[in-house]
Design a protein around this ligand. Structure first.
Ligand SMILES: *[C@@H]1O[C@H](CO)[C@@H](O)[C@H](O)[C@H]1NC(C)=O
Ligand SMILES: *[C@@H]1O[C@H](CO)[C@@H](O)[C@H](O)[C@H]1NC(C)=O
Ligand SMILES: *[C@@H]1O[C@H](CO)[C@@H](O)[C@H](O)[C@H]1NC(C)=O
Length: 244
């Protein structure tokens, strides 16, 4: 997820700047939006086909035959494994807004995802003192996922070196659909557990406040700048226009 986000940000930023350098002022607004939309469409293709050149795998659909990891939160520890995992919908976004504010050096955007969902078989073993073992099939969907955000940047006066100043992201979700089998062997209790998960995830996403946005910004901003490195604008434009 992190790498998808970063590529999106860099594509968006670099495209805007590319337009700024390449186009005369008068047609800037129109060309900005068309260049950005081109980049957003190009990114959809990257999600669908991957980019071997940059080591980016196919992410829509994203599949994993088998994967497992151990977790240890102090209170709980265990292992969690998935088999035949398929994540769909990352490429099904609709761009609601994409505005470049050259004067204030910021890009605001809003994306809608009708459904981002996964199906998988899972196996989980966890406990503290006692052991709990669960396995079964699972379907999980975030429906009408909306992502609003703002990227602020600065541009070196003489070097045209691009720096990301901050990245603010505000997600919300219309509906969460959790159908995880076998959380409990009692059907009615299993349904209840899924409802608890649905509510927890909805609230976690919808209530992610400025605090979370700031935290994300603190994590993402340095990574962005690391990725951009010492590349000048023209380097980045070359990467973008060179295609994936
Ligand atoms: C899962 O997501 C894909 C892509 O958004 C969508 O086409 C499909 O209908 C969704 N599956 C279900 C069961 O909602
Ligand atoms: C649920 O768990 C039981 C016991 O581990 C297992 O026998 C059963 O196959 C599981 N059900 C599904 C649908 O995987
Ligand atoms: C979460 O936010 C979305 C968009 O604002 C809204 O449609 C949805 O009803 C909210 N859900 C809850 C449980 O607050």
């Amino acid at each position: 997820m992190k790498s998808v986000l970063l590529i999106a940000i860099i594509v968006a930023l670099a495209s805007c700047q590319g337009a700024e350098v390449a186009e005369p002022l008068a047609v800037q607004d129109r060309s900005f939006s068309s260049v950005i939309l081109d980049a957003v469409e190009a990114f959809r293709v990257v999600l669908q086909n991957g980019s071997p050149k940059y080591g980016v795998p196919v992410m829509a659909p994203m599949t994993a035959a088998q994967r497992s990891f151990e977790f240890n939160t102090g209170e709980f520890s265990g292992t969690f494994g998935v088999e035949d995992f398929v994540l769909q919908g990352l490429d099904q976004y609709e761009v609601k807004t994409m505005n470049m504010d050259v004067i204030r050096s910021r890009l605001t955007f809003e994306f809608d995802f009708p459904s981002v969902n996964f199906t998988t078989n899972y196996e989980m073993e966890m406990g503290s003192g006692y052991r709990v073992k669960r396995n079964g099939g699972a379907f999980f969907a975030l429906e009408n996922l909306n992502i609003r955000g703002r990227i602020s940047y600065s541009l070196g006066v003489f070097t045209s070196k691009l720096r990301v100043k901050d990245v603010l992201i505000y997600p919300s979700v219309g509906n969460v659909n959790s159908q995880i089998e076998n959380l409990s062997k009692y059907r009615i209790f299993n349904k209840k557990l899924n409802e608890v998960i649905e509510e927890f995830v909805t609230l976690t996403i919808n209530d992610s406040t400025d605090f979370v946005a700031e935290w994300v910004s603190e994590q993402v901003t340095p990574i962005c700048n690391d990725l951009i490195g010492d590349r000048t604008l023209s380097d980045i434009i070359a990467i973008i226009t060179g295609g994936f």
